[in-house]
Design a protein around this ligand. Structure first.
Ligand code: BG6
Length: 466
């Protein structure tokens, strides 16, 4: 849908209200970037798919907007669909200053008409998390069936994350707290533990006996867009490495949990995070970054980070894990690449180059899992590589739910498996505190800096172009 709906043109609407299982979303940061780009479209998609029949959405921000104006803003964030007319009936707006305790009181009167199952989504900077949490508690807004969702980054460093954890846990039990890392809700990331623990041909291979090295790559083909001010304060290490890359590392590295429930999985991930030993790291900044809106002229913030690490345990003894996240590289893709030891088939040289076998979990844009193996060329005693492939979209169709749809659905269902526990967050920040990268090297847009090429001593970055 395009354009704002203008005031006065909207028909008056009457909404049938009921208590019970109806979900109430309170979106703190309701006019922000995340709300527009991810949260509102995901809610609408859930609604269109019939996964969200009964709900209320209360958008909040400091702006002075009427319900109608806010609904107009929401409409600009969504793709057209005939369900919109019904969807919008459930939307309300409340002007709320995070720092004004009185404002939170106004939510109470909104709640009189809503269901008791409340989801407070803090789509704000972490600076406001403690004050919002405190006010939600003071005003007694978080009832037994409520959940409080915190966007990433959760803290700025280990100390602020600890303080936040302490503040939050004094007020609410961990079962109500949902720390978000949307990578955990991507289909293929959710698939990782299924791939590993339900396939007896995979799990035994994932040890230092067979694996040469592992790469976890998240490459983006765009810069900081309109998030310059935010990004300049965080950079690739805090924005991406601390959260998404370390979560992926913990899922690849963890040993088999007793059960595939939230507690057991998180216990195992924490074990891995404690074992991360940093061997090397480097950072980069794309040329032109300092000219981006909101970025300081002399900024040293990194837009690319690469880390080489070991996991200090018997299973992964000596296996290098390479982690990479970078903006303005040649293409957008995220994947996990596991390279196995080079084959020594004992064949004569004319057989040709045997490729090392590999297992690739392609998270995006293509979703799938494949093994690369050596196969024989017909009629010749030579080999060529071939893929044994599971293409997710060929099998399940192209419109799998987005990460934010999944995470909202799981929060509604009270499934904390793909949310981050307090101790994971703290261990992630501890890993960051052990990094000691030198100043960023400069790289051209779409180009891999030579320092990054050299950084990986086993082979080359899988799929990285430029
Ligand atoms: C966010 C980061 O968490 O993830 C962004 O703050 C990044 O900088 C984004 O671009 C990438 O998410 P996705 O789902 O597009 O890979």
């Amino acid at each position: 849908m395009s354009g704002f709906l203008t005031l006065g043109k909207l028909p008056n609407f009457k909404v049938k209200r009921m208590k019970g299982d109806r979900v109430t979303f309170v979106l703190l940061g309701g006019t922000g970037d995340l709300a527009r780009k991810k949260l509102l479209p995901s809610l609408f998609n859930l609604y269109k798919k019939g996964k969200l029949d009964e709900f209320d959405l209360i958008g909040t921000s400091r702006e002075d907007l009427s319900d109608e104006e806010y609904i107009g803003e929401v409409s600009t964030a969504l793709e057209e669909g005939r369900e919109w007319e019904k969807f919008r009936e459930n939307i309300r707006y409340l002007q709320l200053d995070f720092y004004n305790s009185e404002d939170y009181g106004k939510l109470r009167s909104h709640f009189l008409e809503c269901g008791d199952h409340r989801l407070f989504y803090l789509a704000t900077l972490p600076d406001h998390f403690d004050v919002i949490t405190d006010n939600l508690n003071k005003r007694d807004l978080v009832n037994d069936s409520s959940k409080v969702l915190y966007e990433k980054p959760f803290g700025d460093d280990l100390q602020t994350a600890r303080n936040l954890n302490q503040c939050v846990s004094e007020l609410f039990p961990e079962e109500k707290i949902y720390r978000i890392d949307h990578y955990l809700d991507k289909e293929l990331v959710g698939d990782l533990s299924i791939l590993r623990f339900s396939n007896s041909i995979v799990e035994p291979l994932l040890t230092s006996n067979s694996v040469n090295h592992v790469q976890i790559i998240a490459s983006e083909d765009f810069g900081v867009k309109d998030r310059g001010e935010f990004y300049d304060r965080y950079g690739a290490v805090k924005d991406f490495f601390q959260s998404h890359l370390l979560q992926l590392l913990s899922l690849v590295g963890m040993s088999r949990p007793k059960k595939l429930d939230a507690r057991s999985i998180r216990d195992k991930k924490v074990e891995v995070l404690k074992e991360v030993k940093i061997l090397d790291s480097m950072t980069g900044q794309y040329r032109g970054y300092r000219g981006e809106k909101g970025v300081k002229d002399d900024s040293k913030t990194e837009t690319l980070v690469a880390v080489k690490a070991h996991l200090d345990n018997r299973r992964w003894n000596g296996v290098p894990f390479y982690l990479l996240s970078g903006k303005n590289l040649a293409r957008k893709y995220s994947e996990i690449y596991v390279e196995f030891e080079r084959p020594d088939a004992g064949y004569p040289a004319e057989v040709g180059n045997l490729v090392p076998n590999s297992l690739v979990v392609s998270i995006q844009p293509d979703q799938g899992i494949y093994f690369e193996i050596n196969t024989k060329v017909p009629g010749k005693m030579s080999t060529e590589p071939a893929k044994m492939q599971f293409c997710h979209s060929c099998h399940h169709g192209p419109n799998t739910p987005s990460a934010y749809e999944n995470l909202l659905a799981q929060a509604i269902a009270g499934d904390q498996r793909s949310f981050v526990r307090y101790d994971e967050i703290e261990e992630q920040w501890k890993v960051v505190s052990r990094l000691n990268p030198s100043e960023p090297v400069t790289y051209r847009r779409g180009k891999v800096p030579s320092e990054l090429k050299k950084f990986i001593t086993e082979g080359s970055w899988h799929g990285l172009e430029g």
